[in-house]
Design a protein around this ligand. Sequence first.
Ligand code: NI
Length: 177
Amino acid sequence: MNDVPLLPILLHPDPILRAKARPVAEGDADLVRALAPRMLATMYKAPGIGLAAPQVGEKLRLVVIDLQPDDTPSPMVLVNPEIVAASEERAVREEGCLSIPGQYADVERPARVKVRWRELDGTRREMEADDLLATCLQHEIDHLDGVMFTDRLGPLKRNMLIKKFLKEQKLKSREAM
Ligand code: NI
């Protein structure tokens, strides 16, 4: 895993983050098999618990997640994931995003979701998730539709957070000069 080249993570307001990603097709098999380990390595390095292909510039419906329970790596690679059911019950959890680094806010979403996807070898998978995994799955699948977690905030909170992020980015680029 150490030799896997890392990928640059796109930051807000990169327009690729706002595009709708296309489904992974059979012809993408080689690309996706090469991309998934690089996305995982990039996510671990960041560090983060989830990364969607558009965040590394690929408009493909591909997501990697690893909540690392008890610090044990347990990577998930989700090809063409979709939410097929969501609970009426909602939950609030603090979210952040590698494309808006350093900014966190409480986001309300369905507490539980049922998700379907394919593994890299084409195996169909389905699972019901709650807690952090439910949040993470919804956050990453949102990325495939060009939706950022900030879109799930009220306008006041969203504007404040984005303004703060852009200001911090500006300071950072000035320091780098
Ligand atoms: Ni994100």
